[in-house]
Design a protein around this ligand. Structure first.
Ligand SMILES: Cc1cc2nc3c(=O)[nH]c(=O)nc-3n(C[C@H](O)[C@H](O)[C@H](O)COP(=O)(O)O)c2cc1C
Length: 419
């Protein structure tokens, strides 16, 4: 019987353990987590979500405070169109973030950055170009284009000296999305180095409709894309993601020709993961009916999360002058509209509740939206519980090696050997 370690992912000159830890914003997939994946010979992702905010936390810089100071007078104004990011500061913060990872990298694996197009930042093209270019400047091994179709993203960096040497990939949830991406980016004469195929059981935002996500299945989408690539004689490694919970689940995809697998949920309860420890316990304790896919993300994409996330219904005043990562090209965000509607409907209330949308920037920054994969309810089977009722946190190395070596659908507990 085979295990993941019997396979390797080849990306150019690199031969890797075919395990990719997916990007988890905002700083849930930390530099420390990505570095562990790289040290162990696989691929780890840092996230490009809200980097100036994250950098302030790590380096005691003042990117957020300075932005708020500049736009403070606009806080009561529902029109956020003048709240812009300073592109020079965005570049500096991205470089600091990526360098922190690349300077510390050890081992034969790689560190990629997950770059979400839906972070439109009130200037979609300009901010995306700066973020992509700065990550390449700072030496990132690869960029995974996420949360969006990225129809023009290769074009934004085609003049960058590392455009052909860095690994570039795209996350899709359908063959159609991949075909569109290839058609629109084809003009740059460059194919993606890998394609992550994300199914409906993944964490974070989903690339399916809120009503029909449950009708899709990862293996079916992967098989369809695989057959099409073959018919087009395109040799691009496919990396399935979403609901791959054991080494055996991963091996089944590799045996059918996948290049690697991308996994995330099992790493949310590791020491290296950025979630606060009490939140990690919420992930461990969640049962299947504690998890939902809802429409509260202002991005318009359905999102899976634990129902008791404090950010649901919080009614936070929009913080776009400090953050504003989801403002569209016209400075709008659907949370602002929802918030103002509730304020107008309840003029006597000091603090309104908003249930249909959430201030995602604020609550992801504060780890108050507990986004998670479908199989989060199985995390309790991956650890042991102490007398105080808390589960023992795992190390990223333990979970990585469990994926790499386990067979027979087994999951190694913290005390079990994993090689
Ligand atoms: C807590 C969490 C946050 C996530 N955030 C992002 C993100 O910011 N960008 C993204 O492209 N995918 C995100 N994902 C999706 C993962 O990168 C990954 O593709 C997927 O969750 C894999 O499925 P699994 O969690 O069942 O292993 C997130 C997943 C989780 C669990």
């Amino acid at each position: 019987m085979k295990c993941v370690d019997d396979f390797r992912l080849r990306l150019g000159q690199h031969e890797l353990v075919p395990i990719v830890i997916g990007g988890m914003g905002v700083d849930i997939s930390t530099v420390e987590l990505a570095l562990e994946a790289a040290r162990l010979g696989g691929i780890g992702h840092i996230s490009d979500a809200m980097v100036p905010t994250v950098i302030d936390r790590h380096f005691k810089t003042r990117f957020v405070k300075d932005k708020l100071k500049l736009y403070k007078a606009n806080v009561p104004n529902p029109d956020k169109s003048l709240v812009k990011f300073n592109l020079g500061e965005l570049e500096e913060a991205t470089r600091m973030h990526v360098r922190r990872a690349m300077d510390a990298k050890r081992g034969d694996g790689m560190v990629f950055i997950n770059c979400m197009e839906k972070l439109t930042m009130n200037a979609p093209r300009e901010t995306l170009k700066v973020r992509l270019s700065a990550a390449l400047d700072a030496g990132i091994d690869g960029v995974t284009l996420a949360a969006g179709l990225h129809l023009g993203s290769f074009g934004l960096i085609e003049d960058h000296p590392r455009f052909r040497d860095a690994k570039l990939g795209i996350i899709v949830s359908s063959l159609r999305a991949l075909q569109l991406f290839l058609r629109k980016n084809g003009r740059t004469g460059r194919l993606p180095d890998y394609v992550v195929v994300e199914g409906p059981l993944a964490g974070g935002h989903l690339g399916f409709g809120i009503e029909d996500w449950m009708k899709h299945d990862l293996a079916g989408i992967v098989a369809e894309i695989q057959a099409w690539l073959k018919s087009e004689q395109l040799d691009i490694p496919l990396i399935p993601a979403g609901g791959i919970f054991t080494g055996s689940d991963a091996t089944a995809f590799l045996e059918k020709g996948a290049g690697a697998v991308q996994v995330a949920t099992r790493f949310t309860v590791t020491r290296e993961c950025g979630l606060p420890d009490p939140v990690k316990q919420e992930y461990f304790k969640a049962d299947e009916d504690d998890i939902e896919v809802n429409g509260i993300s202002p991005t318009g994409y359905p999102m899976r999360m634990i129902k008791s996330s404090p950010g649901i219904g919080a009614g936070t005043h929009p913080n776009c002058e400090s953050f504003g990562y989801l403002l569209d090209a016209n400075g709008r965000c659907s949370y602002i509209d929802a918030y103002n509607r509730e304020v107008a409907a309840h003029p006597e209330t000091r603090k309104v509740k908003v249930y249909d949308k959430t201030c995602l920037c604020t609550h992801m920054r504060d780890f108050d939206i507990w986004t998670c994969g479908h199989y989060t309810y199985r995390l309790k089977d991956t650890s042991t519980r102490g007398a105080d009722g808390d589960y023992a946190l795992l190390t990223a190395e333990h979970v990585f090696r469990d994926y790499q070596f386990s067979k027979d659908g087994r999951v190694a507990l913290p005390s079990d050997p994993v090689t």
